[in-house]
Design a protein around this ligand. Structure first.
Ligand code: UDP
Ligand code: MG
Length: 318
């Protein structure tokens, strides 16, 4: 007899006490229904990852685990950010699960897409990306910045699934591969397309956060976008090279201009011109050093190979 697959739903949580109970209620219903319909194994679980929350989040997770074995959780020793928390969850879940679905704690991503994701997995896909078909419920600012970001990344030559965030199904096989990516500056949605394997897309409508505030401050969003670009693209450094080539062409034109002026005997070449040139060159050099420095900083971080997360507790092996 074919054994049903064990599914783990991994949910990073940072100060999510306001949404946790409702999220658990809705997800429990969904997972129990899938178990009853024999679509997934009864060993399946909902795994919360507490990302160093300062509120009651971890106490709630512990309590939920006591009440119902379907709920489990791990606790990070401090706030390491969404991507690292997610990685911690995925790596822990893959030890027990055949398939893992990651999603946010606020259920902005429609949980009814889970059925279709599992269907696509059963059809042979190793990764199923959840893609937002509409962002009507997002604020105008969020929509513009988020969609602009995907387009800009594409322009920078980074392979991303448009409007896909971190709502996705992955098989254990894919997660075993993910483990080999040892980068510190983590941008998961850029890594999965690199891993490859057969994959598909499931569309869903993105809802409003039903309680609490977004945990992505403007600063976190900018850092995330910058990480995405500098971890995957060499275009910024190539831009410096292009500027250099362009400047060389301009210099040749200027040289020709100077020779003509000289031949005509109208010399006393412009002092203004020299001063301007010095300033422009200095500015561009500064820019170039800045960008190169950014990459050097990345190399520096990578070579240190610091652990990206430290799990202080795991409710499944006390
Ligand atoms: N999150 C996290 N660590 C952080 C910031 C966010 O684990 O430092 C989690 C958060 O609890 C949520 C998910 O990442 O489950 C996405 O955050 P949020 O919903 O606030 O982002 P938005 O939907 O506004 O982009
Ligand atoms: Mg959200």
């Amino acid at each position: 007899m074919k054994k049903n697959k064990v599914l783990y739903v991994v949910i990073p949580c940072y100060n999510e006490e306001e949404v946790l109970l409702e999220t658990t209620k809705r997800l429990k219903k969904k997972i129990n229904d899938l178990i009853e319909r024999k679509i997934i194994d009864k060993q399946s679980k909902i795994m919360f990852v507490n990302d160093g929350s300062k509120d009651n989040t971890w106490n709630l997770i512990e309590q939920l685990h006591k009440e119902d074995g379907l709920i489990t959780g791990i606790c990070l020793s401090s706030n390491r950010g969404h991507q690292n928390a997610l990685l911690a969850g995925l790596m822990t879940a893959k030890e027990k699960a055949d398939i893992v679905i990651s999603m946010d704690a606020d259920l902005q991503d429609d949980i009814n897409a889970i059925d279709e994701m599992i269907d696509k997995y059963n059809q042979g896909n190793e990764i199923v990306y959840g893609v937002r078909s509409s962002r009507k419920k997002d604020s105008y600012f969020k929509k513009i910045t988020a969609e602009g970001f995907y387009k800009f990344m594409k322009f920078m030559g980074v392979d991303l699934v448009f409007n896909h965030a971190d709502y996705r199904l992955t098989s254990k096989k894919v997660l075993d591969e993910l483990e080999k990516y040892q980068e510190t500056n983590l941008f998961l949605r850029g890594i999965f397309p690199l891993i490859g394997f057969q994959n598909d897309i499931v569309y869903y409508k993105r809802e409003e956060r039903f309680a609490g505030k977004s945990k992505y401050s403007f600063r976190k969003m900018m850092n995330f976008a910058w990480d995405g670009i500098t971890s995957f693209s060499i275009q910024p450094i190539r831009l410096v090279l292009n500027i250099g080539v362009f400047m060389l062409l301009i210099s040749i034109l200027i040289l020709i201009y100077c020779i003509i002026v000289k031949i005509k005997g109208q010399a006393v070449a412009g002092w203004t011109f020299i001063v301007c040139s010095i300033w422009i060159v200095a500015a561009i050099q500064m820019l170039a050093i800045g960008i190169i420095g950014e990459y050097v900083a990345k190399i520096y971080n990578e070579t240190k190979s610091r652990p990206r997360y430290i799990i202080s507790k795991n409710l499944e092996n006390k």
